[in-house]
Write a protein that binds this ligand. Structure first.
Ligand SMILES: [Zn+2]
Length: 104
């Protein structure tokens, strides 16, 4: 079985800093080895925050010319997140968008 870097802790150390108060932060997915063995390459998805800009003052999401934080969604990469944002922009009638990675 091929070995991959653990997508959960994704630093090859087997430690999740956010959970350092639980069993010293040892990652449950790879049991602290930093690697997992499975058939297919794991997809690492990150959380992205999506903001959109509306310029129409009559729109319910109009924020006096500021971006409106709309939703947080998982995506495999920033380019995948941008594709989601472009699609959403067409659907929601906004004129611009911002995508930023949510750092936990
Ligand atoms: Zn891990």
């Amino acid at each position: 079985m091929p070995k991959y870097e653990c997508p959960k802790c994704s630093n090859g150390k087997g430690i999740i800093n956010a959970f350092s108060h639980v069993l010293g932060g040892v990652c449950f997915k790879c049991k602290g080895t930093g690697f997992i063995e499975q058939k297919n390459k794991p997809t690492i998805s990150k959380q992205y925050s999506f903001s959109f800009l509306w310029t129409d003052p009559n729109h319910c999401n109009y924020q006096n010319g500021d971006f409106c934080k709309c939703f947080i969604k998982k995506a495999r990469s920033e380019s995948a997140a941008i594709k989601i944002a472009e699609k959403a922009m067409k659907a929601n009638g906004s004129v611009d968008f911002k995508v930023s990675e949510v750092v936990e």
